[in-house]
Ligand binder design. Structure first.
Ligand code: FAD
Ligand code: ZN
Length: 475
């Protein structure tokens, strides 16, 4: 094992003070294991700094001594980017103690928060001043803003509000050598050269450590209408999106797809969920319209959309939420999709996007390709169809051996990603690359793109101390 010298560890401990590190193996465990349990890392030290100045001190020591650093937020990401490798020569830099809301500016519609704020805390802080922060993802109770920024998280409201990248006006970043870049500007217009903040967003901790951000706020939705809708096929779902956007004047804030088998496994494994529609159907949509206006009337709009859908053969049946509680139950079904797969055995995860117009073709072709490798597999395709992004997670046949199925991960993924590429898609729509897709991406990006990415890495982190081996392998 490539141990970090004790003298370096002591300097790091001194920099953070006694409350700012964890070195006890049992206490370190949650920081070393990632959410899916696919990767377990080894590290001698978890650092938990309380200020950007201390982060700067840490990185200066690490850069001087060539010590590798894995930045970590809520550790909920799904590509193995947030935990160290098993060499024992990386320290984990956890931002969780930096969780202050630094300021709010209701007139500018902005909030300035530290990287370790949990997403839900930011949503609540916006709510407290009568505003709305629209990033919504299943892990919002534990993921942190720094992690959201570093993965450019997507989620269920991208259709209307954009990805995390679209919700940021400014950043504070500690660079690899310990210098602090104060880019905490709250400007909606700023064309003064390269937009540096966008380089750190989605960089998965490989270019700098984000310590704070200025985020955009929006009017609080006052009229929110939710429907659970049965549709005959994926093509009909896509056509219904067009109808819904047109008829609502672009007030569709969520448009999520769930297959029939999704309803079966969620109602089997997730408490407080029931099938919202009496008869079974092949596919379902969770549709949400929302508006910040005071006029109301969205319910009538949603009813008109569904009536038009029924008329056109795009909708088979639908239930509108009659109460907030029923709307929450619809979302529990959608949000339970990841968790409900676990007790069903192995599933091979993909996070792909294709142009929305080609999503039905993607699912059909991917199903055929996977069935040729694992006959009888169970197709689970769900998620953000409104963004052309589905989580395509082929699940093992009910009676199959889990390990034998998972042994086909590479073969299955290769086939799915080839279909994705043929349709002009992306093999990582919202989860990033981490270590899981670091090598796979080189098959889909041109050598020129990889060269440019390596050039950026070299320029921002010449000694290669920041999350090495993630996103892009060194040349
Ligand atoms: P971490 O996992 O801790 O880190 C993610 C990456 O960012 C790592 O590479 C890490 O090194 C780096 N990093 C973390 N903090 C910093 C920082 N301050 N500075 C620099 N680098 C940093 N994702 C979606 O996009 N959409 C979804 O709908 C979605 N749903 C999910 C549902 C569930 C149940 C779960 C478990 C996950 C889901 N995710 C989703 C994935 C995950 O929650 C997101 O990727 C989230 O943005 C990660 O945030 P985190 O704080 O947990 O980051
Ligand atoms: Zn998702």
């Amino acid at each position: 094992m490539n141990a970090i010298p004790t003298s370096v560890l002591d300097r790091l401990k001194n920099a953070v003070g006694p409350k700012g590190f964890i070195a006890d193996p049992a206490d370190m465990e949650p920081f070393l294991t990632e959410w899916r349990d696919l990767y377990r890392g080894v590290s001698p030290l978890i650092l938990r700094p309380g200020t950007a100045a201390v982060v700067a001190e840490i990185l200066k020591i690490c850069n001087d001594t060539g010590t590798k650093v894995v930045p970590q937020g809520g550790n909920t990401s799904l590509c193995g980017g947030s935990v160290p490798f098993d060499g024992g020569d990386e320290i984990v830099l956890s931002l969780g103690r930096m969780n202050a809301v630094r300021s709010t500016d209701p007139l500018n519609d902005t909030i300035t928060v530290e990287a370790g704020c949990v997403l839900e805390q930011v949503q609540n802080a916006a709510d407290d001043i009568g505003r709305y922060f629209p990033l919504r993802i299943g892990s919002q109770g534990s993921c942190q803003i720094g992690g959201n920024l570093s993965t450019n998280a997507g989620g269920t409201a991208v259709l209307h509000y954009g990805n995390t990248r679209d919700l940021v006006l400014g950043l504070e970043v500690v660079l690899a050598d310990g210098r602090i870049w104060d880019g905490l500007r709250g400007l909606r217009k700023d064309n003064t050269g390269y937009d540096l903040k966008q380089l750190f967003i989605g960089a998965e901790g490989t270019l700098g450590v984000i310590t704070a951000a200025v985020l955009k706020l929006f009017p609080k939705p006052s009229d929110v209408q939710t429907a659970f809708v049965a549709v005959p096929n994926v093509g009909a779902a896509v056509s219904l999106l067009e109808v819904a956007r047109q008829q609502s004047g672009d007030q569709v804030t969520a448009f999520e797809i769930i297959p029939r088998i999704g309803i079966d496994i969620v109602t089997r494994h997730i408490p407080d969920t029931v099938d919202p529609i009496a008869d079974p159907h092949p596919w379902y949509l969770l549709i949400e319209l929302s508006s910040g206006g005071t006029g109301g009337g969205l319910r009538a709009t949603l009813e008109a959309i569904l009536a038009a859908g029924l008329e056109a053969g795009l909708v088979r049946d639908a239930t509108l939420a009659e109460s907030g509680a029923q709307g929450e139950m619809f979302w529990r079904i959608r949000d339970g999709m990841s968790e409900a797969q676990k007790p069903e055995g192995g599933s091979i995860k993909h996070d792909i996007s294709v142009p929305i117009s080609r999503i039905a073709e993607f699912i059909e072709r991917a199903d055929a390709a996977v069935d040729a490798i694992v006959p009888g597999f169970r197709s689970i395709a769900f998620g953000h169809i409104g963004d052309g992004n589905v989580h395509y997670n082929p699940m093992q046949p009910a009676d199959a051996d889990k390990q034998a199925f998972l042994a086909k991960w590479h073969e299955v993924s290769t086939a799915v990603h080839e279909v994705t590429a043929e349709l002009g898609g992306s093999i990582s729509a919202e989860h990033g690359l981490g270590r899981l897709k670091r090598d796979e991406i080189t098959r889909f990006k041109s050598p020129l793109e990889i060269e440019l990415m390596r050039g950026l890495k070299q320029s921002f982190d010449p000694k290669g101390i920041l999350n090495p081996g993630k996103v892009v392998a060194s040349a």
